[in-house]
Design a protein around this ligand. Structure first.
Ligand code: PFF
Length: 455
């Protein structure tokens, strides 16, 4: 059927969908903290190194093989070696687990879009988030009590995901990416400009960028940089592989990789400027030093930001919902990308239609995510986050490198990469990066992590 065809309608859909997949929660709540706590301005040296030796070469590899195989990830592995097909299912399963927890955080955020309009968290956002909203407990009995408001918020996320993804590729993900990704950047730029006008913004920014050069000799900040790039560019999860398998024949893959890297890194640096300007303002108002305000993850978005909005006055009733809505947009375009490799793997394996596959996956995912709607949900989420992000992603990248660079022999795809490239030409440097540099560097990171060097 023509409308079942998995192909992007244009290069711009492909590019914006890729940018949407990369720009997500990690850019807004992870990067500012990582930058600040790993040497500030000095962090740019390991960070840019990680973009150049890991991010760009690895994305070119994922794009290139996806474009050449034009199939799902497990099917591609099967065509390399039949007996390894089961290994190819490891990534779609891991990515589905990431999706289930990622969409749960998105659900929380969706609820905050609404309550931020009237500062529904009251005078003590910390107490509200932990006790009233999450009803958080670490006791196993907490699994028995589903918090209805969280359940509804999470299921709303699944519904939106289903609503977009069950349509054919261009009508769903393609069209939505073309609308939401530019909107996301525009709102973010607006928020950053507003943040820069706040009194105290300079205090936050000088804290953020103040370089601690001595940390450059510390193994940890190099690992933090590689970890950030893997998470932020969504490497090793066969997302780029899948999106590139839908690319039109004349797509300029190499240039697209460069645009995705620039847009993603530009966005997260922008977010860091916004976050620290606001923290500087908060510090000026409250007398609390910026380092005592800095946190990451849910603490930043659901506690520190509401505290800021509480002191911001009337304008917070506009800026607040806008901020939570921006986080939602960033997350939605990423969950679309997280479902896609799983969905197409099942379509390819069982011959199911896109509509049927997406519907079944959203029902299963919605049911699984109810674990995160329980009073013990946020505790389990912390464990899932650590396991999936510190272990599964790293294994994914090393696995794809060995498989595609060594066993499949990526040098075969160089001509097809260079055929349409109007910017960078792929040559020996790329092979050296994907065959040697990436696996060796990440091997160090992994061993470092196993020995507890990663905090
Ligand atoms: N790159 C996105 C983010 O930074 O939030 C989303 C993401 C997708 C993160 C896939 C991790 C991942 F495995």
């Amino acid at each position: 059927m023509a409308n079942e065809k998995n192909e992007w309608g244009s290069n711009i859909s492909f590019l914006l969908a890729m940018i949407g997949s990369a720009v997500g929660l990690g850019n807004i709540w992870r990067f500012p903290y990582v930058l600040y706590s790993n040497g500030g301005g000095a962090f740019y040296i390991p960070y840019i190194t990680a973009v150049l030796i890991l991010g760009i070469p690895f994305l070119i590899l994922e794009y290139g093989v996806g474009y050449n195989f034009k199939s799902s990830f497990p099917k591609a592995i099967r065509s390399i070696s039949k007996k390894w097909e089961y290994l190819g299912w490891f990534l779609p399963v891991a990515i589905f687990m990431i999706l289930v927890y990622y969409i749960s955080i998105l659900g929380w955020d969706g609820f905050y879009v609404i309550i931020s309009a009237f500062k529904g968290w009251g005078a003590d956002p910390n107490n509200y988030f932990t006790n009233t909203f999450l009803q958080s407990t670490e006791s196993v009995s907490g699994i028995a009590s589903v918090v209805p408001v969280i359940a509804v918020s999470i299921l709303a996320g699944w519904f939106i995901l289903w609503f977009i993804s069950h349509r054919n590729l261009e009508d769903g993900i393609g069209r939505v990416s073309k609308a939401l990704v530019p909107l996301l950047f525009i709102i973010m730029i607006g928020i950053v400009i507003f943040s820069l006008t706040l009194p105290g913004a300079g205090i936050g920014l000088s804290q953020l960028f103040n370089p601690d050069w001595s940390l450059l000799a510390d193994f940890n900040i190099w690992m933090a940089a590689f970890g950030q790039i893997i998470f932020s560019l969504s490497l090793g999860m066969c997302i780029a592989f899948t999106y590139a398998s839908y690319a039109q024949d004349d797509s300029d893959l190499v240039s697209n990789v460069l645009y995705v890297a620039v847009a993603n890194c530009g966005f997260e640096n922008f977010a860091a400027i916004g976050v620290f300007s606001i923290l500087g303002y908060m510090s000026l108002q409250s007398g609390v030093a910026v380092p005592d305000l800095v946190t990451q993850g849910t603490g930043l978005v659901f506690i520190v930001y509401p505290e800021v909005f509480n002191v911001l006055g009337g304008i917070a009733n506009i800026i607040g919902p806008l901020f939570f809505f921006t986080v939602y947009l960033a997350g939605i375009t990423s969950v679309l990308a997280l479902l896609e490799p799983v969905s197409v793997s099942i379509q390819n394996k069982f011959g199911w239609s896109r509509n049927k596959t997406v519907t079944v996956l959203c029902i299963i995912g919605g049911a699984c995510s109810m674990i995160y709607a329980t009073a013990m949900g946020s505790y389990i989420l912390g464990i899932a986050d650590t396991f999936l992000n510190q272990i599964a992603l790293l294994i994914g990248v090393i696995f794809e490198c060995i498989l595609f660079a060594w066993i499949f022999d990526a040098s075969k795809i160089i001509p097809s990469l260079n055929k349409n490239s109007k910017t960078l030409k792929i040559g020996k440097w790329w092979i050296v990066a994907i065959k040697y540099i990436i696996p060796i560097v990440l091997g160090f990171v992994w061993i470092g992590g196993l020995f507890g060097v990663i905090s």
